[in-house]
Design a protein around this ligand. Structure first.
Ligand code: SF4
Length: 247
């Protein structure tokens, strides 16, 4: 893993998904094979493999402190093109420092991660009604997870984290995207731990080679996504859960 401390020029960026986004890191140690954020390599001059480099924006909190005073309040997505709680966050606490600033100023925040490290920041999260925490979980089968997300936290660790957040009143959601084989098994596991679930097939083809290598091509077809949608809808209805499909 190649780690570099860098000084960013800006941190609170406009976003098409929410009003703003903050990415405290460039690159992501989780290195998921399907990750769309690998396009960042082009913009940041990285030739290393996705998942094998991380630039730490060490001045992100100082930038945010300045920028937040000049911009109109809006929801901030933490993060769009990296996991804000990837392992280096334990050491650097850049996400935590940014979160402190946002919540002090009462800005609404949507956190999206795959890491239970977010639990470290419960002291901050429980102070705000305007924060929600989402976990991306793509399958209910850890062997499938290992194929596509070999360096990411285990599924039950993510679900335990959701349970803990939900139990203290933090708004939680799960994002099933991309939808990998056996995603339907997640519905029962998520019951009572999330306020809602978002589902997107999000098949960007970055992981085509991985699908083929493991004989999973069937899970890339339109028929597969249509069939899984039906199964998921049935499961959501049975569990009386809120859900939204983005495809
Ligand atoms: S955790 Fe998210 S940002 Fe990180 S590699 Fe995986 S998909 Fe990409």
């Amino acid at each position: 893993m190649i780690v570099k401390e860098v000084y960013a020029k800006g941190i609170l960026s406009k976003s098409k998904v929410f009003d703003y986004t903050i990415n405290p890191y460039i690159g992501c140690e989780h290195g998921c094979t399907y990750c769309y954020a690998r396009f960042m390599k082009r913009f940041t001059g990285h030739s290393e493999k996705w998942g094998e480099f991380v630039d730490v924006k060490v001045n992100a909190p100082q930038l945010l402190q300045r920028e937040i005073k000049k911009k109109q309040v809006g929801r901030v997505w933490v993060s769009g093109v990296c996991d804000p709680y990837q392992p280096f966050e334990k050491e650097y606490e850049i996400t935590r420092s940014c979160l402190e600033i946002l919540l002090e100023q009462a800005w609404p925040v949507t956190i999206q991660t795959k890491s239970p490290l977010v639990i470290r920041d419960l002291d901050l999260l429980r102070k705000s009604n305007e924060v929600e925490v989402g976990f991306t979980i793509t399958t209910s089968n850890d062997s499938i997870r290992e194929i596509f997300e070999f360096n990411s936290p285990k599924i039950d660790h993510r679900i335990d984290a959701l349970k803990e957040l939900h139990s203290i009143g933090v708004k939680t959601f799960a994002m099933i995207a991309p939808m990998l084989p056996e995603a339907e098994g997640l519905v029962a596991q998520l019951h009572g731990k999330v306020h809602y679930v978002l589902v997107d097939k999000m098949n960007y083809h970055y992981a085509d080679k991985t699908y083929r290598k493991y004989g999973l091509e069937y899970a890339m077809s339109a028929e597969f996504f249509a069939q899984k949608k039906k199964e998921l809808v049935d499961a959501f209805k049975k569990e009386e859960m809120q859900y939204r499909f983005i495809y």
